[in-house]
Design a protein around this ligand. Structure first.
Ligand SMILES: *[C@@H]1O[C@H](CO)[C@@H](O)[C@H](O)[C@H]1NC(C)=O
Ligand SMILES: *[C@@H]1O[C@H](CO)[C@@H](O)[C@H](O)[C@H]1NC(C)=O
Ligand SMILES: *[C@@H]1O[C@H](CO)[C@@H](O)[C@H](O)[C@H]1NC(C)=O
Ligand SMILES: *[C@@H]1O[C@H](CO)[C@@H](O)[C@H](O)[C@H]1NC(C)=O
Ligand SMILES: *[C@@H]1O[C@H](CO)[C@@H](O)[C@H](O)[C@H]1NC(C)=O
Length: 398
């Protein structure tokens, strides 16, 4: 190390320590606020981030280069014989599930648009599919089966240890008019965003008929994101459900009585500076709560919907107080493993696939994405986070 780089390194260290934190909230509950070394000045602490997060407040997802031909992208393929539109099997995000019996098999439970209709025809054309990857968690995934008919959208599936079943939450209604004659959308006034649940003992089904759990008369009823409260120590069947605006409902059981336990205090009206949608809720290894949401920061500052598109919020208790740091948790600029960089027009429906070793290390981010210039063609994108995914894939033989 020459003198100049030593000096730069020293200044960088000083810079880091001057950004002191006081509580773990200052580290987004994604790390600990600690004195880094015995040499630092008394009382001066900084954030030590958990794997997968970075930044002075540990509030940024550490996204790593993505594989180009990844996720579930059949937006340019030929579609079913009933096709009405030009957008292949366009899709809009989903949950990655590792097969419990066959750990090198990955499933993706995703929202797909029927008849080549694409994202702009999401209501009524969206339905739920299961795709499979034998190439590892990043894909590419291939269509395996349909889990529902249109209209079902926004699926999120999670294993419930208390019920020993997969719970599949989504919004939707039965479409009596199928088959349809053109790609056209339906107003939410006709089909409100009611939330329903279906369950299955196996990811391949059989799935029970969808049962309505949260009607549109309830505030924030759309974009469900479940998280079971069950732990080995507390064997409860209670399920937390994050919904629009990161409001939180608590269910006694996946399909039973519920109460609204929290609404956020920030202004979430349409396109306000703190407007968000698409909650993704989880509890970390310390028992603290987090959510990601789609939050278009650039929309407020310069009228475009990219690249700063993700918010992270966190709380020690489900009922709050919830905190939001006023910067993006991730953006839509993707670096690929071949060195190219591309900014996506839309990157929404964020869901994280975590390690199952008890550490809850984020391994992959899954999104519904749309490229620049596209109005309806969309696909489901998977991007690795941090370093831990490398070992995870290696142990599975990828
Ligand atoms: C997007 O986020 C990455 C970190 O994941 C960062 O390196 C990059 O500078 C960001 N790009 C933009 C345009 O904000
Ligand atoms: C999806 O696939 C098409 C066709 O191969 C490709 O042009 C497009 O870039 C892919 N989209 C994404 C987001 O990777
Ligand atoms: C597209 O989806 C249909 C189901 O709607 C399926 O039958 C077909 O195999 C899929 N094609 C591709 C290329 O994924
Ligand atoms: C959706 O919820 C509303 C009440 O908000 C109810 O009137 C309607 O029947 C529900 N629709 C479906 C398809 O469950
Ligand atoms: C919320 O944001 C909207 C849009 O920016 C604005 O019109 C409204 O006055 C805000 N409400 C509050 C309570 O701040």
């Amino acid at each position: 190390m020459n003198l100049h780089s030593l000096l730069v390194a020293c200044l960088a260290t000083l810079g880091a320590t001057s950004q002191a934190c006081e509580t773990d909230e200052d580290c987004s509950l994604n790390g600990l606020c600690r004195r880094q070394s015995p040499w630092s000045k008394l009382g001066e602490k900084s954030c030590k981030c958990d794997p997968g997060w970075f930044g002075e407040d540990c509030g940024h997802l550490d996204l790593r280069p993505a594989i180009k031909d990844n996720g579930y992208n059949h937006s340019a393929d030929a579609v079913d014989s009933m096709h009405l539109g030009l957008y292949g099997n366009s899709s809009w995000g989903g949950t990655v599930v590792q097969d419990p019996q066959d750990p090198s098999l990955f499933h993706l439970v995703a929202a797909q648009f029927a008849s080549g209709c694409g994202l702009s025809g999401w209501r009524p054309f969206s339905f739920i599919i299961r795709a499979e990857s034998r190439n590892g968690p990043q894909g590419p995934y291939h269509y395996a089966e349909s889990i529902s008919e249109p209209f079902r959208h926004n699926p999120e599936v999670i294993w419930s240890p208390a019920d020993e079943k997969y719970l599949l939450y989504s919004i939707g209604a039965d479409d009596e008019e199928q088959p349809r004659e053109k790609c056209a959308s339906i107003s939410y006034k006709r089909w409100p965003n009611n939330i329903s649940v279906s369950t299955a003992p196996d990811i391949r089904g059989p799935w029970t008929p969808f049962k309505l759990v949260l009607a549109s008369a309830d505030p924030h009823s759309t974009n469900p994101s479940p998280w079971p409260l069950w732990t080995p120590q507390t064997r409860t069947s209670k399920i937390a459900l994050g919904v629009e605006d990161i409001a939180i409902f608590l269910f006694d059981r996946y399909d039973s009585a519920y109460e609204l336990v929290h609404t956020q205090s920030w202004n979430t009206s349409e396109y306000s500076p703190t407007w968000t949608e698409d909650s993704f809720l989880w509890r970390d290894k310390r028992g603290h709560w987090h959510a990601l949401a789609h939050w278009m920061i650039d929309l407020v500052e310069d009228g475009q919907k990219w690249p700063r598109v993700g918010a992270h919020v966190f709380a020690r208790e489900l009922t709050g107080p919830w905190h939001l740091h006023l910067h993006e948790a991730f953006n839509s600029t993707v670096t690929y493993s071949d060195g190219t960089v591309r900014t996506l027009k839309r990157r929404e429906r964020a869901k994280i696939f975590f390690s199952n070793d008890g550490e809850m290390t984020p391994l992959y981010l899954v999104n519904g994405v749309q490229e620049m210039g596209e109005g309806s063609r969309s696909s489901t994108f998977v991007q690795p986070i941090g370093e831990a995914w490398k070992d995870f894939e290696k142990r599975l033989g990828f």
